[in-house]
Structure formats: C-alpha cells, structure tokens
Design a protein around this ligand. Sequence first.
Ligand code: FAD
Length: 428
Amino acid sequence: MRRSDTHIGKVTQLPHPSHAGEVVEHIVAGLSCRRITAYDISVDSDIILAGGGLANGLIALRLAQLRPDVRVTIVESGATVGGNHTWSSFARDLTPEQRVWTAPLFEHRWDNYEVRFPRLQRRLDSGYGSATSERLAAEIARLLPPDRVLTGTPVAALTPTSVTLADQRVLTAAAVIDGRGQGPTKALDLRWQKFLGLEVELAEPHGLTGPIIMDATVPQFDGYRFVYTLPFGPTRVLIEDTYFSDGNDLSPDLLRRHLADYAVSQGWTITATHREEFGILPLGIGGDIEAFWDEGEAGVPRVGLRSGMFHPVTGYSFPDAVQIADLVAALPVLDAAAIYRAVRDHSVRVWKARGMYRLLNRMLFLAALPDERYRVLERFYEHDEALVGRFYAAKPVLRDWQKILSGKPPLPVIRAMMTLIKYELGKA
Ligand SMILES: Cc1cc2nc3c(=O)[nH]c(=O)nc-3n(C[C@H](O)[C@H](O)[C@H](O)COP(=O)(O)OP(=O)(O)OC[C@H]3O[C@@H](n4cnc5c(N)ncnc54)[C@H](O)[C@@H]3O)c2cc1C
C-alpha cells in the first residue's frame, strides 16, 4: 500500500529518472554531498532506522517510550518488523530497569534451565526468558504511527543523513542508523553458530520445567553439536539442532531429520509443526574492530550485528541491542555525528573488553578437534552458577578467567598453547 504512494512517509521521488544515478552517486559519496538539497527531497524524520530488526526495533521502542517527540521512521525490506525470531536471554543479562522496559516483548520466562553433557547433567537456578519478533512488531505498531513503519521497502544505499530506496526514492533525516543485520566483513575473524529450530506440538506432556540450553549427549557432527529446547507449553516445545561450526553452510533437510530423531530419543511424538526458524550467527575468534568500522559507509551509525555487537561465544545479541537502545535514547543530541561517535566508541570498547572470549573461541575452534569441542563446554559448566551467569552476561571478573583457564584442561596443553601462539603469529 505505502510503497505505491508518491510520498512514503516523507519520501519523495527524484525529479527526473535521468538524474537518478547522479543523485545516488552524490548521496553515496557521504555527508559532504551538497547536491542532494538541489532536489525536492523533503525532511520530516529526525531518525531513519535502516532495517527493522532487533537492534533498530529496540531503538524505536526505547525512543517512543522516553522521547516520543523524536520522529522515527523504520525502513524494513521484509514483510514485517522483527522477522521470525525467538530472542532469548538469561535474566541477569539485563539490568532491572532493562527488564522492565523490555517486559512487553517477553512471551516466556523460566526460573531455571538445564545442560546435558556425556559426563555432566546439571540444573542451574538462573532465570531465562524468550522475547519474540511478533511481540516486538506489536509494540512498534502500538507506539509508532503506521506511516512511519515502511515494510517491504529495501534500502539500496545510505549516507549518515539519507537512504535511497531500491526504487530510487530518497528519504532524509538528521540521522540514519544502519541496523541491516550481519554484513560481509574482511576485518573480523568469525566462526558460526548455526541452527534450525522447529516449534512443535507433542502428543504427550514433555514434563520439562525449564529450557535445556545445551543437550550435548547427541552424536557430535560438524563441530560442536547440541540440541536446545524451550518448553513453551505442556505439550509445546521449540527444539533447535545447533552447531558451533567452522563453515556457515546449513542443510535444512538434514537438521529437520536430526530433530525428528531427537524427538524419538526423548520419547516424544510430534503431532504438528507450528513454526520453523533458522539462524547462522557469527562467533568471534579475532579481528580488528576499528578496521571493521572503517569498512562501512563513512559516518553512518551502525547497530546490532552490523556493529559487531554480539556475545563472541554464543552469538546472542539481544542484551547488547537493549544496551545500545538505552545508549541512543539517552544521547542529548540525536544527529548522525553524535550517534555515530557514541555507537562506534561503545562497540569498540565492548569488543576490546571481550578479548578473553575470543581466546576461548580460538581454543574451541582452532585447538580442539571438532569432536572434542563439547569437552570445552562440559568443563565450563562445572563452574559455579554465579560464574556461569557472569560469563553469559559478558560481565566476568578477573578471577572468573583464572578459574576458567585453570584446573584440568579439556584439551592437551601443548596443542592448545601451540595453536594460540600460531594464531598470534598469523599461521593458524
Ligand atoms: C532464528 C534466530 C534466533 C536467534 N536467537 C537468539 C536468541 O535467542 N538470543 C539472542 O540474543 N540472539 C539470538 N539470535 C541472534 C541475534 O540476536 C539476532 O540475529 C538478531 O536478530 C540480530 O539483530 P540485528 O538487529 O543486528 O539484525 P536483524 O534482527 O536480523 O535485523 C536486520 C533487519 O534488517 C533488514 N534488512 C536487511 N537488509 C535490508 C535492506 N537492504 N533494506 C531494509 N531492510 C533490510 C532485515 O530484513 C532485518 O529485519 C538469533 C538469530 C536468529 C536468526
């Protein structure tokens, strides 16, 4: 509906098609481009969010809660804001205030969770919860005027103050924030957590009182493999076949078969499949975060996976996205330069503070043979609950790392040390 309007929100068409390429070229050239103003491009957004996924969705939500005077427009290529995700996090990943303002997004909460390994089965009494993309889309629909949420509208190019849509129309604002998800990068050294999840109905109650975050008693395959289970109702579960893998290829049919086998192994009969989701999430083993920022469009603020903001070991980005939404909403000035400086500084600081996680990933992905990887996680889960909680919340204290790296190593020490040294020398 909105795409066919001459004015999308306040998007105007370029005056003549023959000028389109020229204008886009100048727009892409960056902030210094003065010729944009030679055309009739109206400005009535304060902020344009390029991509309406998790990170930008949370920014829209937080601004609507705290600064409803700020005019925000979301430009999303997909059919809905938020896509098709279940975003889970541990209770202590968020501050009490963050738990309050994100509460409408959470559809499920539990007081405990389990992990299962060949030699260790354990219940941890820490809270866990799942937010859903449907809830995010509903909150945005409730808080933003409908003409400020443009779905089915791909962004072709952007500058700090403008986006060019795929159909060449241009939208301008005081700031554009790029939240278009994971992009290609040469600056970061990544491995992958990939998974396929099925939300299914079972013939009989499963009897689970909380999620199984990792069931690594399954046959190991393509790296570290585990099944993740969220009990959404007495007979409703989301089960995900998950891999910590060197490659980012995913074979949906194979993973569906693995999930069918897993259900049988648990004594579950699947009577219906309600939903399917899959993900290929980045895990960091190294890289240069400043170079990563320099790869993008000059001066364009980036958030979410686009900004390298994810937990290096789990690929989770929900807590980081909540924090970035708080950070942006609290900025005294909301122009592109101020937002860019704030989000870049934050991302660089956070990336550097998480160096030990990437070292652990190097042990996991480079030193451990694929079928040994589960042992690194099994060993990690022997630690006390408080340490595990701080680890996931990315708020470890120094003695946590001393504990994680001491004791009986899950891998031969010499091999681990040689691998780490080779990586530092660029030979791994
Ligand atoms: C299935 C799945 C489950 C996950 N589960 C968890 C979890 O439990 N906990 C957790 O913390 N993390 C989880 N993650 C990881 C991570 O939090 C998500 O990937 C998260 O959605 C990333 O947020 P983002 O805003 O960076 O990107 P996205 O949420 O992917 O948003 C990017 C948006 O930009 C849009 N877009 C892309 N290109 C364009 C364009 N050219 N023009 C306009 N729009 C565009 C996309 O359609 C998308 O809506 C999960 C990921 C997936 C895929």
